[in-house]
Write a protein of this length. Structure first.
Ligand code: FES
Length: 116
């Protein structure tokens, strides 16, 4: 993550609760969309907030996600994803993945990485 060139500010690290997640509106290279930003065990991961099953947002309310241990569950039909990889490990799109968004972190600042 740290070797990527920072291009656009996304949020502050302090906006993301430890072992939690938030949703941030971002302008990506292919348009504006919601991005899930997860923080766990000192790692930060970001994914497009679009479920590969039916293209819906994964949160049950804006920025509120179903998190358990190291997984994230889509609130629509229950697909379960690994937080660290975005891989779906259970539910209707098992084997598919969330689209990872590259990040660059400097201090408390989280930036979209190159290619985001
Ligand atoms: S839209 Fe996410 S499981 Fe169906």
């Amino acid at each position: 993550m740290d070797t990527l060139v920072r291009v656009k500010p996304l949020c502050h690290l302090s906006d993301i609760p430890e072992s939690g997640a938030t949703a941030v509106d971002a302008v990506l290279h292919d348009g504006a969309d919601s991005v899930i930003v997860l923080r766990r065990d000192g790692q930060v991961h970001a994914y497009l907030n679009v479920c590969p099953h039916a293209g819906r947002r994964l949160d049950y309310a804006p920025g509120k996600f179903l998190l358990r241990n190291d997984t994230l569950t889509c609130a629509v039909h229950g697909a379960t994803f690994q937080q660290a990889s975005g891989l779906c490990i259970g539910g209707p799109c098992c084997g598919d993945s969330l689209r990872e968004i590259p990040l660059c972190i400097e201090g408390d600042e989280v930036y979209l990485g190159e290619g985001a």
